[in-house]
Design a binder for this molecule. Structure first.
Ligand code: HEM
Length: 398
């Protein structure tokens, strides 16, 4: 998720420059793309809802979504007579989409899924365009894909506002949507801008948290499928901690080796490969003069695999390097940045890590798995880095 280049640097609250936004934009003016006071306002509203204490309260909804995935894999294995060759990608996307729908929309989550289905279609259109179209003004032309994108944008806008209306009639609920609603009402925006604020932030939270978490889980399972010794090690840890129970937040806190594997997987395959910053004024960066408006890109994969930082085995899967945490793993810990860095660091990292731990521990306590002969290793950069041909695993019930 490369932050879009924005022109809005010093927005006053109450006067967001929506008119400056182009109608083809995927993200609108939500937290991912805004700057200045307007961004700070959004971050203040959304951040507390994703603190660890709040995420602990989501454990149940995460386990419910993970159990749905485990049940569907059980069904496939039964139908295949003991071992199933499963293309895992869509199952993990459904899992992460389900979690984020429930976290955002509470009891309206099935309506959330309708919205997210359209967002996914919109994201597909944009991922095909994002690194290929550099022709100025192209996004304003009524091409087939632009027209599809505009229609989807309109449907998403209408559907989100429908949920908001239902919510207003049904009463209070404590979920992310509610916080965004209250945040919008507590500012002095016009009704139109309130609507845009709500729609844009629902879109942003979903787009920030859906694909990233699903792809992290896919890479992690792929690495465990090709490193069976580690798969056995973590399964032993999970079995010993859970003792047949569904994992809860206390249990996952104790899963040290699973944390090491997730850290290592996010090091080798960070879904977001570029962390970008726009210079808001003319500035000097080392010896380089950076004019206002220029975007600086940090290449995360390059930092994560530099032998100078990680040692000579920097390209190898070696979770033991994280045995003493991130500071023990590399010379310059601030250069490990799967969730970005500084004041704009990912707000959803607690949620993402809890999701990954619950899902992977449930998969490990139900199945053993190895790479399928169908798997072709081909990381591809779309909006995030994902397996270019999907990930097939041979999965067996334990
Ligand atoms: C493993 C999964 C995830 C990864 C790898 C990831 C990675 C990132 C990265 C690299 C950034 C940019 C940070 C920067 O520029 O310094 C970011 C921003 C953000 N992420 Fe995540 N993310 C993940 C999951 C989530 C989830 C589950 C949510 C929410 C439900 C979320 C919400 C956000 C938000 C709101 C921002 C924008 C923060 C701001 O600009 O103030 N992320 N994420």
């Amino acid at each position: 998720m490369v932050r879009e280049i924005t022109t809005s640097t010093t927005l006053d609250l109450g006067k967001p420059s929506y008119q400056a936004k182009e109608r083809g934009s995927l993200l609108g003016n939500g937290i991912l793309t805004s700057n200045g006071a307007y961004w700070a306002h959004q971050r203040k509203i959304i951040a507390p809802e994703l603190y660890m204490e709040k995420v602990k309260g989501m454990t149940r909804l995460i386990t419910d979504s993970a159990i749905t995935l485990v049940s569907s894999w059980n069904g496939l294995i039964e139908a295949e007579g003991g071992v199933a060759d499963i293309k895992i990608d869509n199952y993990l996307r459904s899992f992460s989409g389900d979690v984020i729908s429930r976290a955002c929309f509470g009891s309206n989550y099935s309506r959330g899924e309708e919205i997210f289905l359209r967002l996914r279609a919109l994201q597909d259109i944009f991922s095909k365009k994002v690194l290929t179209t550099g022709i100025p003004g192209m996004r304003h032309l009524p091409t087939k894909s632009n027209r599809e994108a505009w229609a989807l944008q309109k449907e998403i806008h209408t559907l989100v506002l429908k949920v908001v209306k239902e919510r207003n009639e049904a009463g209070y609920e404590k979920d992310l949507l509610q916080m965004v609603l209250e945040g919008a009402r507590n500012s002095d925006l016009s009704q139109d801008d309130i609507d845009r604020f709500i729609v844009d932030n629902c879109k942003n939270i979903y787009l920030a948290g859906y694909e990233t978490t699903a792809v992290s889980a896919i890479w992690c399972l792929m690495l465990l499928a090709s490193n069976l010794e580690w798969q056995d090690r973590i399964r032993a840890e999970v079995v010993q901690i859970c003792r047949g129970r569904i994992p809860d937040s206390d249990m996952i806190r104790k899963m040290k080796q699973l944390t090491m594997v997730i850290n290592e997987s996010l090091r080798l395959y960070p879904p977001v490969v570029v962390v970008s910053r726009e210079a808001l004024t003319d500035m000097k960066f080392g010896n380089i003069n950076v004019p206002k408006g220029v975007n600086l890109w940090t290449l995360v994969t390059t930092l994560h695999t530099d032998p100078e930082i990680w040692g000579p085995d920097s390209y190898k899967f070696n979770p033991d390097r994280f045995a003493n945490g991130i500071t023990g793993a590399c010379k310059l810990p601030h250069l490990y940045m799967p969730f970005g860095v500084g004041p704009r660091v990912c707000l959803g990292q607690n949620l993402a890590l809890v999701e990954l731990k619950i899902l992977i521990s449930l998969i490990l306590s139900n199945f053993s798995f190895s790479l399928s002969p169908k798997y072709v290793h081909s990381p591809a950069l779309n909006l995030v880095v994902e397996p270019g041909h999907g990930a097939n695993l041979l999965v067996k019930k334990l």
